[in-house]
Design a protein around this ligand. Structure first.
Ligand SMILES: Cc1ncc(COP(=O)(O)O)c(C=O)c1O
Length: 422
């Protein structure tokens, strides 16, 4: 019998409910969140301080502060590094937008560097050309959970006297030469947003091994208020500050999830290996198998590129990719376009739409910066060719889900005539 794709009215490979939602919620989660609810402190409370210690212990860093988002933590990182008006900070041209917009929060100018096609992380060979006398720091993003080569990055930073900030929002547990990412830079930011490997709905950590940097970043966290060493409250604002604290309920959920993080990450390794083995047999896919020496992947996001040249769709790559994704979704595969835009292509940068009146770019301390798109051809091609998956690889989903996902990819990629008709 002829095979009919689900998008053309056939039977989906993966039935509804087969792939389990993320994150799994257990009795421990319920118990800890309810205990927090029944407690006396629903703002920054005992679960927050306990979580900070537990996360710092898990990471192997001296200091961790629980904030209400990874973006808040990134903002604190920039302040911890003393970055401000007129400074430039290097960021990859393909990442979550707030890896770059965090700079705008503090009147700092992001300077974009294209990504490397194989790893999808910043192209280490292109960083030095972007350095100017105003460059202060590099935000090292470990995208999709793949550790950036921190040996090479730290050497570049040392050569140009730049501070390293790590955005490891997606990269819990990924490592370079056996050391966890998030521990190489002066400071780092992590996220516990819904989709992250450590999930508590929303939240984030600002981390550092450097006490002074940590204290500088922390001034932003609570209205610019600094506490005297005895911890007493002064009700006095010393400088610019935001409200970046998180709640005790959220911290209780994060604490319960943290007890299972190692187990989750181990399952992701098993699932990703199974998926890679299966998808190797599917035509016209470019699999995310490039892991430079010493770098490990936590498989936060399993990102595949369709080989649009081989498929004959190099000229209309994004629209044909959208058809392939639609066909895969119809088969029950939870896959999608994670970011369809290189970050510098977004209106915020093209229209220089931040503080108004052209700031921070028009500030008298600023130098000229170009966001011309021809500088980022790899990021653009990646945007047009990729699709990514998170939930199908996450616990409690196991290899049985990876096998069904493989089957669905095989079905769609071997019945392209039905995709072309969409
Ligand atoms: C690479 C990266 N950086 C920063 C963030 C921001 O984290 P949050 O959503 O917690 O603000 C995210 C979240 O998706 C991310 O993926």
């Amino acid at each position: 019998m002829a095979v009919k794709l689900a998008v053309q009215g056939g039977t989906p490979v993966i039935p509804k409910g087969f792939i389990k939602d993320w994150p799994p919620v257990s009795e421990l989660d319920r118990k800890m969140v309810l205990a927090s609810l029944d407690g006396a402190c629903h703002t920054y409370g005992p679960n927050c301080t306990a979580l900070e210690q537990e996360f710092a212990g898990w990471m192997g860093v001296k200091h961790a502060l629980f904030a209400n988002s990874g973006t808040a933590a990134l903002h604190m990182c920039l302040v911890a590094c003393g970055c401000g008006v007129g400074d430039e900070v290097i960021v990859p041209a393909y990442t979550w937008p707030s890896s770059a917009t965090c700079c705008l929060h503090h009147n700092i100018i992001p300077v974009f560097v294209d990504i490397d096609w194989a790893t999808m992380n910043i192209d280490l060979d292109k960083i030095e050309a972007a350095v100017t006398p105003r460059t202060r720091a590099i935000i090292a993003v470990h995208l999709h959970g793949l550790a950036l080569d921190m040996g090479r990055l730290m050497a570049i930073a040392r050569r140009h006297n730049l501070i390293v900030i790590e955005d490891f929002c997606q990269a819990h547990g990924a490592a370079f030469n056996g050391r966890r990412v998030g521990t190489f830079g002066l400071v780092g930011a992590s996220s516990t947003n819904q989709n992250k490997c450590l999930s508590s709905g929303e939240g984030g950590f600002f981390v550092s091994n450097d006490k002074e940097a940590f204290e500088r970043g922390k001034t932003l966290w609570y209205f610019g208020e600094s506490r005297p060493p005895d911890g007493s409250k002064e009700f006095h604002t010393y400088g610019m500050g935001w409200m970046y604290r998180c709640t005790d309920l959220t911290a209780a959920f994060a604490r319960a999830q943290l007890t299972r993080l190692d187990e989750y990450l181990a399952q992701q390794q098993v699932n990703a290996a199974r998926l890679t083995a299966g998808l190797k047999g599917v035509p016209n896919l470019i699999l995310p198998t490039a892991t430079p020496a010493g770098c490990t992947h936590n498989w936060y996001n399993y990102t595949i590129r369709f080989d649009m040249e081989a498929l004959g769709h190099a000229r209309d790559a994004a629209s044909f990719r959208d058809k392939l994704v639609k066909a895969l979704n119809a088969e029950g595969v939870q896959t999608g376009v994670w970011q369809g835009w290189p970050v510098p292509k977004m209106t915020v940068f093209q229209a220089r739409n931040a503080y108004g009146k052209g700031c921070p770019w028009s500030c008298p301390h600023a130098g000229p910066v170009s966001y011309a798109l021809e500088q980022f051809p790899v990021a653009q091609r990646h945007c047009d060719w990729h699709t990514g998956m998170t939930t199908p690889l996450r616990s409690p989903n196991g290899p049985e889900v990876a096998d069904r996902v493989t089957e669905a990819f095989h079905k769609v990629l071997t019945h392209l005539d039905q995709v072309e008709r969409l």
